[in-house]
Ligand binder design. Structure first.
Ligand code: 13P
Length: 253
């Protein structure tokens, strides 16, 4: 299974910043061969990104979507508005949405369903807080987040699914998970998926690690057979550092 590496820009970059980044990263695409690379800019930068990246091997993701396809939801963005802009992937249930915005499992489940209905591939984020890890409940938190989000999903849809394991305490802290801990969590995720949909389907799901991933540590994650890529925040904001990270990952597998 090839690697999938996604840049999650969160609430960063204007249109002009986006154009500059996209032009710069395009110079390096040949160095990314074999790695699926996605850029997930803020909604406002999607048109600029699609204009520049369209026709290249780089793909676009959104950072969220609404669970309805249209309607009276002031300030929200629906899946068909994203596909209209050439978006292929969508991040769902990021820890900042779960823990800062207060999104719950039922909303996340509805968003996974909405994404699949309009042909978007979900990147479903799961992960425990520091307190949950210290309490020994990492696996039960992950199982609950996964089973709740996937409830009702047909096993046949699983090959469109990407799971991002992002321990909350590792996000933006510079304190990445130990590779052994990430390995244990990602292996557990695949076990849960296998119980839910069978081993064959579970083996089609790509699992990313996210949380303080950098050029210097990406190799220790992607060399593990349980991990097929990364969801990258801070180190994805500059084209140079993101390109270096992708190239380091490619060398490690
Ligand atoms: P950092 O890479 O900045 O820790 O962010 C990780 C993340 O939240 C990606 O979705």
């Amino acid at each position: 299974m090839g690697l999938i590496i996604a840049a999650n820009w969160k609430m960063h970059k204007t249109t002009a910043d986006t154009e500059e980044f996209c032009r710069a990263i395009l110079q390096d695409v040949e160095k990314f061969a074999g790695v699926e690379v996605l850029i997930c800019p803020p909604y406002t930068s999607l048109p600029a990104a699609t204009n520049i990246l369209g026709g290249s091997s780089l793909k676009l993701g959104a950072q969220d979507l609404h669970w309805e396809q249209e309607g009276a939801f002031t300030g929200e963005i629906a899946g068909p508005m994203l596909t209209d802009l050439g978006v292929e992937y969508v991040i769902i249930g990021h820890s900042e949405r779960r823990h800062v915005i207060g999104e719950d499992d039922s909303r996340i489940r509805a968003k996974v369903k909405a994404a699949l209905e309009c042909g978007l591939k979900p990147i479903l984020c799961v992960g425990e807080t520091e307190a949950q890890r210290e309490a020994g409940s990492t696996n039960s938190v992950i199982r609950q987040q996964l089973l709740s989000a996937l409830e009702g999903m047909a096993a046949g849809d699983m090959d469109e699914l990407v799971i991002a394991y992002e321990p909350v305490w590792a996000i933006g802290t510079g304190k990445a998970a130990q590779p052994g801990d990430a390995d244990a969590a990602c292996s557990f995720i695949r076990e849960v998926l296998a119980k839910y949909a069978g081993e064959e389907m579970a083996d089609k799901v790509r699992i990313q690690y996210g949380g303080s991933v950098k050029e210097k540590n990406i190799d220790s994650f992607v060399e593990l057979s349980s991990i097929q890529g990364a969801l990258v925040g801070g180190a994805s904001l500059e084209a140079e550092s993101f390109s270096a990270l992708i190239q380091a990952a490619r060398k490690a597998v």
